[in-house]
Design a protein around this ligand. Structure first.
Ligand code: APR
Ligand code: PHB
Length: 396
């Protein structure tokens, strides 16, 4: 048995856990990270790809932005495609100069792991059977096994950053949690393909064939999605069928088509909203997907995780360095406001762009009317743009 002590034991090395660890460690707070997967797996798993303006600025301020600034692609707008036409939403113009960046989440993970290791944060990869104990006492423990060795970490605080399926949220007694869920009757069929970009900016397409999103990863690898049955299986689809589905969704009057290429990865993304209130119990504090999930439309997931890590790090620093309890006491209510804003926006944007099986045809008409309003009214477009580039992090 290997026994250690720390101030903050962080469970999960996703964006939430790694960012929290980096901020704490570089502020002089002893912490460590316990992660189920290997470093190699984390650094190559394809996930989201959009950083909001506040996330970009934060990474730069923290000295985490070097590779991001070199390899990420700034996007000053995006397009809405519907009714056979493409319309540009000029983010810079509508938000007083804000923008987003396409920089894959696994690259963020690489940067955060490297920065943490350089700062001296211990990260226990491939930790099995992670268990949280005594979270309502002042000395909780986290038990796990790495290789053949059992570990016990005695800690002042636990940060549960272990995603939707991790053990942290379940450690909060069920009668203390209120959970809100919306499950969508569709999923996203996502591909990575070897092709040049088809357009300079992301395209969100609404069509009689359903929704599609044309995104990018690098100048030679593109990321695209189209709406699918959430229970479908990627092996049911040949490359030709995939391209046919995508081309139909973006079909437009100018004859413009997607540049096709070899499909190198396929996956189906489930779509749901989920929020757990509260995000704290005793000495346990949840951050990121452990407490909330958004549908991928609008790319809020990673950015909400970053927002939680910022609020939680501030509260822990105040408590540990200055013996000030206030921030920690109100962590959940502070963090959850921005979370609900992201949840509502993602839900709204999903409704705006997807057709749902079995719905009354009147909804397609409503959808089209709202899209027409967004592309013809500056205030409607500005509202969408303001949410899309990301709202500021919560402040005490
Ligand atoms: N023990 C230790 N670690 C665990 C356990 C466990 N039992 N269960 C899960 N984890 C780890 C996962 O392996 C993962 O690395 O917790 C981490 C959680 O990371 P994310 O799922 O990336 O969640 P988060 O940091 O909140 O970031 C949210 O990630 O999945 C995307 O769409 C999501 O973009 C959003 C972002
Ligand atoms: C992505 O590139 O994976 C992406 C981009 C925008 C979204 C969702 C996902 O809204």
């Amino acid at each position: 048995m290997n026994a250690h002590r720390t101030k903050v034991c962080i469970i999960g090395a996703g964006p939430a856990g790694l960012l929290l660890a980096f901020i704490l460690k570089t502020s002089g707070i002893d912490c460590l990270v316990v992660e189920r997967q290997s470093r190699e797996t984390l650094e190559k798993t394809i996930k989201a790809g959009v950083l909001e303006h506040p996330t970009i600025e934060l990474f730069k301020q923290l000295g985490l932005g070097d590779r991001m600034m070199q390899d990420g692609a700034f996007h000053h707008g995006f397009e809405l495609a519907f009714g056979g036409q493409r319309h540009r939403i000029d983010l810079m113009d509508l938000t007083d100069g804000k923008y987003i960046m396409v920089y894959p989440q696994h690259e963020v993970i690489k940067d955060l792991i490297a920065a943490n290791l350089a700062a001296g944060t211990p990260i226990y990869f491939e930790a099995k059977n992670v268990m949280l104990n005594d979270i309502s006492t002042s000395q909780p423990t986290v038990h796990f096994k790495q290789a053949e060795t059992d570990f016990v970490i005695t800690t002042d605080f636990i940060a549960g950053c272990d995603g939707y399926h991790g053990p942290s949220r379940q450690a909060i007694p069920a009668d203390q949690r209120r959970e809100f869920t919306r499950i969508y009757p569709c999923g996203w069929f996502g591909i990575l393909c070897e092709a040049e970009p088809s357009a300079d900016e992301l395209i969100y397409a609404q069509s009689d064939h359903g929704f599609a999103l044309i995104s990018t990863r690098t100048p030679t690898v593109q990321r695209m999605y189209f709406q699918c049955d959430p229970n479908d299986d990627v092996t049911n689809w040949t490359d030709d069928q995939i391209w046919d589905a995508l081309q139909k969704c973006v079909h437009n009057e100018t004859g413009w088509r997607l540049k096709e290429g070899k499909v190198i990865q396929k996956n189906i993304v489930a779509m749901r909203n989920f929020v757990c209130e509260t995000m704290q119990f005793g000495r346990l504090f949840l951050a990121g997907d452990a407490a909330h999930i958004v549908p991928p439309t609008g790319a809020k997931g990673l950015n909400l995780a970053v927002g939680d890590a910022v609020v939680l790090s501030r509260a822990l620093i105040e408590r540990i360095m200055h013996d000030d309890e206030e921030g920690l006491k109100h962590y959940s209510e502070m963090a959850i406001k921005r979370v609900w804003r992201g949840e509502q926006f993602s839900s709204w944007m999903t409704d705006l762009l997807h057709d749902f099986k079995g719905e009354d045809p009147i909804h397609r008409k409503f959808r089209r009317a709202q899209l027409e309003q967004i592309v013809s009214s500056r205030s409607a477009a500005a509202s969408m743009a303001e949410n899309y580039v990301g709202v500021p992090f919560a402040r005490a």
